[in-house]
Write a protein of this length. Structure first.
Length: 136
């Protein structure tokens, strides 16, 4: 089940009819995130397989999954914000079981991203799922 934050993004997307507006929305979501502490931008938090530089910093607090992240590309930073809305606040055991592709399909993201961006998105999802599975 998706979080309330993700459901809010789905609802907002329903009102945005063209992809220019949707891209702007995703970028604005990324701009609204707090920047990742530069000390966390290390190889251990870097996600390989992305065309741009991406860092994800997961945290499990009381069995609840959270992560912060950053990218040097505006659209990718926005995609991180979308993934944060999808995953943050879930019990850590639910993270690997969540069908992220099905949830993201509701936004029609993958069909409107370049293959490099789609590969990067999939790499981020895999990192999130792997981290949560190891912690569960």
């Amino acid at each position: 089940m998706a979080t309330e934050a993700f459901e809010s993004i789905v609802e907002d997307f329903e009102f945005l009819e063209d992809w220019e507006d949707r891209y702007r929305y995703v970028i604005e979501q990324g701009k609204a995130m707090e920047p990742l502490d530069p000390a966390l931008k290390v190889d251990a938090t870097r996600v390989h397989g992305c065309a741009s530089q991406v860092w994800l910093h997961p945290q499990i607090d009381g069995g609840t999954f959270h992560f912060d992240g950053e990218s040097d590309a505006m659209i990718v930073k926005g995609l991180i914000a979308v993934l944060r809305a999808l995953y943050n606040g879930l019990p850590v055991g639910e993270v690997p079981a969540l069908d992220a592709k099905a949830q993201l399909a509701r936004l029609e993201l993958e069909s409107n991203l370049s293959s490099q961006r789609s590969n990067g998105l999939n790499s981020m999802i895999e990192r999130i799922r792997k981290t949560a599975a190891e912690a569960a």
